[in-house]
Design a binder for this molecule. Structure first.
Ligand code: ADP
Length: 471
């Protein structure tokens, strides 16, 4: 774990803040340019031995990491709640759930790397998949264990070495996770560097072969621009502005419950939060009431208080963005039905908020909010109008549709430009399915056999058959 240091030295530091109290947990030293270059060089020199192990051997080592994560789930959960604020029970679910998910990833990677044979009269060809080399893993703070797991396990199991930069909001959680990997892995296979966006940018520009990134669209665009220099491989999982459509025949109460849960969960700080709800106008009044009833139950407070459903927002800046969007929407005619006002006092709290009559021209409807806000807009009830409204965004992560008519559900799902669609339920990413951001919600994708293969490049080896007529 990175030790707290004084600010007397020339090294730059950043503050690790508990968002529930505003209290400084630690000063963390940012990696210097020389340390970033050194970390990449270490990863590069560890690569040949790591890639030379077969996939079974690498997976056996990584199984020990998953077991160790499960053993340290309580410690990880404490750090998650202290550093980014989510309720402790959810933090524990994340730590335990993603330790188990790590094991699933390893089984999928074994399938993903299985060689494929192709035969012709002239040659026997085998298709193998080779690791890229050194992967920069750059992750966000909203799932401080979950998001790193989705990159680190496939990157390492496929034979790459890694330089890992966790978010500057969760450095101690990142450091503990890195230690659990390092205790099981050969030296140099995973190196940790700490720092904010400037450190991330230097890592991307360093001698890495691939960047595995989960974060905002704006940062993804910067990474892509920088990576063009070396034609570095990319997997970018970015934000969203997920729509949810409610037709007049929908089960309104279940839909309202889902809207509240998936707009407010993790204080709305989820890339696939429901951010735009389109409700058929003849059920809009009824639906509003039901949403408010459900949302009212979402109590906020310190994540260590067992009675709360939402913690604080991760930072004052994040909260200020939400305040700005909500205030502007109300000024421009949206009806505030619940919440809407940031709390004074320590901690970056913002209550469960419901707004109706949100116009699609408002910033609240266009930009990712990433806060605990339900945004309701009515539409005529027409299918094509609903699809057009839902697709009116550059994003394409998740989308949801609620209707009693299964055929309509299937038609609308087909028309939605999104990587994942839920019909009469939230998105389901079962084991083995990829996590896809279509359009500007991603570039490449993570998860499932296809996702894991993106940490590799295919290679064909063709051997002449004895009867082959040509060289
Ligand atoms: P968020 O703060 O919403 O998680 P960001 O995209 O800002 O989204 O941050 C995600 C991760 O990307 C963090 O680890 C952050 O430090 C890192 N990061 C921010 N800017 C850059 C950049 N220009 N290049 C590389 N990494 C960056």
């Amino acid at each position: 774990m990175t030790a707290p240091v004084t600010t007397q030295t020339a090294t730059a530091h950043f503050a690790d803040i508990n968002p529930a109290t505003g209290e400084k947990l630690a000063d963390i030293a940012s990696a210097t340019p020389a340390e970033i270059v050194g970390a990449v060089a270490t990863a590069r020199s560890a690569w040949s031995a790591w890639r030379a192990l077969d996939v079974e051997a690498r997976c056996a080592i990584l199984e020990r990491v998953a077991a160790s994560m499960a053993q340290h789930a309580d410690e990880l959960a404490d750090l998650i709640t202290r550093e980014m604020g989510k309720p402790r029970a959810e933090a524990l679910q994340e730590a335990e759930g993603y330790a188990a998910h790590g094991l699933e990833i390893l089984e999928e990677v074994k399938l993903a790397l299985a060689p494929q044979a192709f035969e012709s009269r002239r040659a026997e060809t085998v298709l193998v998949r080779e690791p890229h080399g050194v992967v920069a893993a750059i992750t966000p703070w909203n799932f401080p264990v979950g998001m790193p797991v989705t990159i680190l396990f496939p990157a390492l199991a496929t034979g790459n070495t890694v330089v890992f930069k966790p978010s500057e909001h969760v450095p101690m959680c990142g450091a503990l996770l890195a230690r659990l990997f390092q205790e099981a892995l050969p030296e140099g296979v995973l190196t940790l560097i700490q720092g904010a966006g400037d450190v991330g940018a230097q890592l991307v520009a360093a001698d890495v072969d691939m960047i595995g990134f989960v974060g905002s669209r704006a940062t993804g665009q910067r990474i892509m621009a920088s990576a063009s220099d070396g034609l570095k491989r990319l997997v970018l999982e970015l934000g969203g502005k997920d729509p949810l459509i409610v037709f007049e025949d929908a089960d309104l109460d279940r839909a309202a419950e889902s809207v509240a849960r998936h707009s407010l969960r993790n204080t709305g700080q989820v890339c696939c939060s429901v951010e735009r709800v389109f409700v058929a106008e003849n059920v809009a009044a009824d639906f509003e009431k039901r949403v408010v009833e459900h949302a009212r139950a979402w109590k906020h407070g310190d994540g260590f208080d067992e009675s709360v459903h939402m913690g604080p927002m991760v930072s004052e800046e994040q909260r200020a963005k939400v305040v700005e969007q909500v205030d502007a929407a109300v000024r421009d005619g949206a009806r505030l039905l619940l919440g809407g006002r940031a709390e004074t006092g320590d901690g970056f709290f913002f209550p469960a908020t419901v707004l109706a009559d949100v116009d699609t021209s408002m910033k609240l409807s266009a930009d990712e909010t990433f806060g605990p806000v339900v945004s309701l807009t009515t539409f005529s009830g027409d299918e094509q109008e609903a699809i057009a409204l839902a697709n009116d965004t550059p994003y394409g992560l998740g989308a949801n549709v609620w209707t009693a008519d299964r055929e309509r559900g299937a038609r609308v799902a087909q028309g939605l430009q999104a990587g994942q669609v839920g019909v009469n339920r939230y998105l389901t990413s079962g084991s083995g399915t990829p996590w896809v951001g279509a359009r500007q919600s991603g570039f490449g994708f993570l998860g499932g056999i296809e996702g894991h293969r993106q940490f590799t490049v295919p290679k064909t080896i063709s051997t002449a058959t004895p009867e082959s007529p040509e060289a």
